[in-house]
Design a binder for this molecule. Sequence first.
Ligand SMILES: [Zn+2]
Length: 355
Amino acid sequence: MNEKDLNASKRMQLPRDILVGPDAIKDVGKVCKELKLDGCALVVTGKITKQIAGERVVKTLSEENYEADAIIVSSASTSELEHVKQRAGEIRATFLVGVGGGKSIDVAKLASTQLGIPFLSVPTAASHDGIASSRASLTHNAQTVSVQAQTPLGIIADTKIIASAPYRLLASGCGDIISNYTAVKDWQLANKLHDTKYSEYAAALSQMTAKIIVDASNSIKPGLEASVRIVVKALISSGVAMSIAGSSRPASGSEHKFSHTLDRIAPKPALHGEQCGVGTIMMMYLHKGDWQSMRDSLKNIGAPTNSEELGIDDAYIIEALVHAHEIRPARYTILGTGLTREMAEKLARTTGVIT
Ligand SMILES: [Zn+2]
């Protein structure tokens, strides 16, 4: 499906049941009952997340008389996807539950879409907006692509579990949300210059969500459930904005192209939201917006604001800026037909991303 088709669609698929709070995980079975799900569940989880949360999800499902089985995935790859679909077929699963940081949720999201059954998202970390969106990242032949899938029917976010995950993940989630600012600016530009379909509602929700994180940037701290609650709610709002738009436009623009390019070329890329956050600083400069406040908010939160903090050499930052427009070329952004190497270097230097 191309972007025009996606934007032409009037369908909005939204999550139906959202539960955010301490020990929310205990209620996964109850939420499934309320959603009138029946039959057999396949819990898709990771090796470590199974111990932290996957086993508890299986238990709560059993307590509500569901048959439940768990499968461990190690990556969001096409082979793992096929593996999960096969297992779901064997046990005649009627719904899937993705329990983990990102990979497990992506695989459960895609497998359930292809099988035509619902899925629930139970995040154990809040590092990106994939926990609530209809997009999934999938790796095939060492290339990661973003694929359209379905929106989770329910989201159960246990703030106690998420608060005990490494703080770096939560800070990365903030970077992914703050990037909504430049994503919306890019979307508005594409609407003006290329007549890309635009949704006022989706854009307003996306910007408001980013503003909440910027305004709260001084109070987002490690180990605080209150911080987790703010970030999780914002990630869910971002997912809803994408559902309203029928595309990832409200939350993904030039800064995401920069991050995707780093994923392809850097020997050791940083986290998705960390790279998007740094991308936002630079793309906001190109948009002639308040890039300093993007940088200061990320700094307050403790998210990276430069190449050193990302752990990526300056040369890759410049290279990624030069090639970022090549990612998903149909999606018009401020990068237009690309930056020259000189401009890329000047941009990174002026914004303090490289020194
Ligand atoms: Zn993102």
